[in-house]
Design a protein around this ligand. Structure first.
Ligand code: SF4
Length: 468
């Protein structure tokens, strides 16, 4: 997928000005449902589960090569073929080679963020293979030619009216207004694709080293059709998705649906092992795994390693005030929200995602809800530091931070400057007491007013007076 993260500010401004986007963001109900499930589960028990899940992920990532090797050995023994892709381009090459080997012409797909990383639909179409998204949200995005805007609710930026219009345009059917009827229409459209496709492409929520299996968490049932009906099934997933044992999988599954959609368990949960056996009545004749690096291994052993724990639940974005204001498309690549603000610069380069580490209030909500305890604000701060070290931030900002750092290390100077600063701000506030223009920081005031500091001294003065 083409990266457009350098235009974050422009895209975010457009999203903020778009009343429809704002309406869609306001309807995001995952956070409330998650809170209900956590309360039911028991907050203390949930916290203990989070710590256990983080430990599982750390154990996997701490010895990634071993677990991947174990997975490959067992999966191969069970009849699957395990391939590797170093980057997005190689993902496309592997998939196209499999299509050529088996003479495949139509691919039905269940949701896979990796396929977005690799722009797989374009690659398939160029190779003469028709890609059909079968997750309802992804299907809507495919018809609209839009990228997903949320990792678990890809079409959440679309209103019901927009979807109804899309279906009229692409299906040539009378306009329907009810969500249930629109869903049924999509299901009827997709059925013929399910029955005629010769390739199924899915992601993988987890790979289990002990059994050589892939675990799939879905809510629509399309995942089961994609993975069992066509004669060839390709699983495309990141190398970091491996976990050692089924017991580890159970630990993570207690958290994933609760954190993602606020469900105790997803409607469908499948653990698939090997292609169709002699005694099986369904399943693919050939099963391939494509394990993708695309920047992941470079995080191992570094400051951003914790990010590899991510289980793609979406909770961080559901609770992020920035995501909830600017929407997923503003982030300009596959992964939005706080996790995207770390993953995009980590995978695609700091210079390509200059504003993303700044697109956070550092309020900490993301790390509080993250089921695997990823310290997202800390990772964002570390990316900000790297930006400064690489001289990617504007000179004015670096100079300002240096000045502030100097003053903060000299309390007497800080006290003088903050008193002067408060006086200047009071002058700027004038008779209204509201500041509408800040010299050298006009970005802060271009869309908002600030109250000027009240009389009565700085915070330090008042604190000292209170203590007396
Ligand atoms: S960073 Fe944490 S909260 Fe965000 S998607 Fe990943 S696992 Fe979920």
């Amino acid at each position: 997928m083409q990266i457009r993260s350098v235009h974050f500010k422009q895209r975010a401004s457009a999203a903020i000005a778009n009343p429809e986007t704002q309406k869609r963001m306001a309807s995001l109900g995952f956070a409330a449902r998650r809170a209900d499930r956590v309360a039911e589960f028991g907050a203390a028990k949930f916290e203990a589960q989070r710590a256990a899940a983080a430990a599982v992920r750390d154990r996997s990532i701490g010895d990634l090569a071993t677990w991947i090797e174990r997975f490959e050995t067992v999966a191969t023994r069970r009849g699957a073929t395990v391939l590797y892709a170093n980057n997005a381009k190689e993902v496309g090459e592997r998939v196209v080679a499999i299509c050529r080997d088996h003479r495949l012409t139509k691919a039905i797909k269940s949701k896979s963020m990796l396929s977005e990383e690799a722009d797989l639909n374009l690659v398939l179409a160029a190779a003469g293979v028709q890609p059909v998204e079968t997750d309802l949200g992804e299907y809507i995005c495919q018809l609209a030619d839009d990228p997903p805007s949320h990792i678990i609710a890809p079409a959440m930026h679309k209103s019901r009216d927009e979807i109804a219009d899309l279906f009229v345009k692409h299906h040539g059917t009378p306009r329907l207004d009810e969500a249930a009827l629109l869903t049924r229409e999509a299901r009827e459209r997709l059925r013929s694709h399910f029955l005629s496709a010769d390739l199924g492409i899915s992601g993988g929520n987890f790979l289990i080293a002990e059994t050589g299996s892939v675990a799939l968490v879905t809510n629509e049932g399309n995942g089961r059709m994609v993975t069992t009906l066509p004669r060839v099934h390709i699983v495309i997933t990141g190398i970091e998705k491996v976990v050692p044992t089924l017991e580890d999988l159970a630990t993570l599954m207690r958290l994933l649906p609760r954190s993602a959609t606020g469900q105790n368990i997803s409607n469908y949960f499948s653990v698939l092992t090997g292609p169709r056996g002699r005694a099986d009545t369904d399943g693919p004749e050939h099963l391939y795994f494509i394990l993708v690096d695309n920047g992941r291994s470079s995080l191992v052993g570094g400051e951003l390693q914790d990010m590899l724990r991510c289980i793609r639940c979406g909770a961080c974005m559901n609770h992020c005030p920035v995501y909830k204001t600017v929407g997923g498309h503003s982030y300009g690549w596959v992964y939005p929200g706080p996790m995207g603000s770390v993953l995009t610069p980590a995978f695609m380069g700091l210079a390509n995602a200059l504003d993303l580490p700044q697109a956070s209030t550092l309020c900490g909500a993301c790390s509080v809800v993250c089921p695997v305890k990823i310290p997202l604000p800390g990772l964002l701060r570390s990316l900000r530091e790297r930006q400064v070290q690489a001289r990617l931030r504007p000179g004015q900002e670096i100079f300002g931070l240096k000045l502030w750092s100097f003053a903060a290390r000299h309390p007497w100077l800080y006290a003088i400057l903050s008193r002067w600063g408060a006086r200047v701000l009071r002058l700027l506030g004038g008779s209204s007491g509201m500041i509408s223009r800040l010299p050298l920081a006009s970005g802060w005031t271009s869309g908002r007013y600030f109250p000027a500091p009240p009389r009565g001294g700085t915070f330090r003065d008042r604190y000292a007076a209170l203590r007396k």
